[in-house]
Design a binder for this molecule. Structure first.
Ligand code: ADP
Ligand code: MG
Length: 278
């Protein structure tokens, strides 16, 4: 497909880090909700067989008519799997445990790394054909650098990396960066790093500020100014099937995700301005 349709909205962001428990799903759900709250139209695409993003956005198993598995393996159109959430402007493509078999099922499939990209390209064309639009697709990746994550990176415009603010934060990032480089070299040459977001930051702990300083030294201005604090309301919200912004809008976690969303939108506007001739 042509480069111009590639750069048409939605902006596709893969939320990835092969470490589990670093805040990928929490960031995908809550950044998406915060983007919707400030007027963006957003889709979360759950690409983790654990389906935590789906559950965390209140989508029960019974509601999941079609899933990201059907999109990848059976080439079902994305819109068949799309479900509205309680957040205006936010929809989700759910997943379930079937997705854990996708890697094996696709092992002989031609162009198996491009499955998601093709689905999203078709979705873009369908949306514009219907005169509709979507600003962002956030892909919640599994905790592994497997074919699912490679599909996400091949489909994406950029990668957003959540890092847990702890002693081993930077460990494993070499592999993640190497995977991004490989995808860039072979599958998606325009893939960018959207940014690095520090999660579960504990301001009473000196280690958190030390780790944050190390990460900023390593990634420079790729690291968002907004840090997501460790906040019990953030961890409680998914058990109510709600993003933290619906569960407790005033809490520090919800407010941090709102700030992060406005940083992301400003970043996009700056990028768009840079492309517009003066
Ligand atoms: P991943 O998707 O990377 O595996 P999760 O987003 O599921 O990570 O987060 C791992 C755990 O940490 C979850 O139980 C989640 O509720 C909790 N968690 C994530 N972010 C925060 C936060 N800012 N404050 C408190 N708990 C958090
Ligand atoms: Mg997760």
């Amino acid at each position: 497909m042509s480069e111009s349709s590639r750069t048409a909205p939605p902006k596709v962001i893969a939320v990835a880090n092969q470490k589990g428990g670093v805040g990928k799903t929490t960031t995908a759900i809550n950044l998406a909700t915060a983007l919707a709250a400030i007027g963006q139209r957003v889709v979360v695409l759950d690409l983790d067989p654990q389906g935590n993003a789906s559950t965390g956005l209140g989508v029960s198993r019974a509601d999941r008519r079609a899933t990201s598995y059907d999109v990848l393996v059976d080439e079902r159109p994305l819109q068949d799997a799309l479900i509205d959430t309680d957040v205006p402007g936010l929809a989700i493509i759910p997943s379930d445990e079937n997705l854990s078999g996708a890697e094996l099922e696709l092992s002989d499939a031609p162009r198996r790394s491009y499955r998601l990209r093709h689905a999203i390209d078709r979705f873009r064309r369908t949306l514009s054909g219907m005169g509709e639009h979507c600003d962002y697709i956030l892909i919640d990746c599994p905790p592994s650098l497997n074919l699912l994550t490679v599909n996400a990176m091949t489909a994406a415009d950029s990668v957003l990396v959540p890092l847990q603010t702890e002693f081993f934060a930077l460990e494993g990032l070499t592999q993640l960066m190497r995977t991004i480089d490989l995808v860039r070299g072979n599958l998606n040459k325009t893939l960018e790093i959207q940014g690095v977001v520090l999660t579960m930051y504990d301001r009473r702990n000196n280690l958190s500020s030390q780790v944050a300083a190390d990460v900023r030294e390593h990634f420079g201005d790729k690291v968002y100014k907004t840090v997501i604090p460790r906040n019990v309301r953030v961890s409680e919200a998914p058990s109510f099937g709600k993003p933290v912004l619906l569960y407790d809008l005033e809490c520090a976690g919800a407010q941090a995700y709102l700030k992060l969303a406005s940083e992301v939108v400003k970043q996009e506007r700056r990028a768009a301005d840079a492309l517009t001739p003066a």
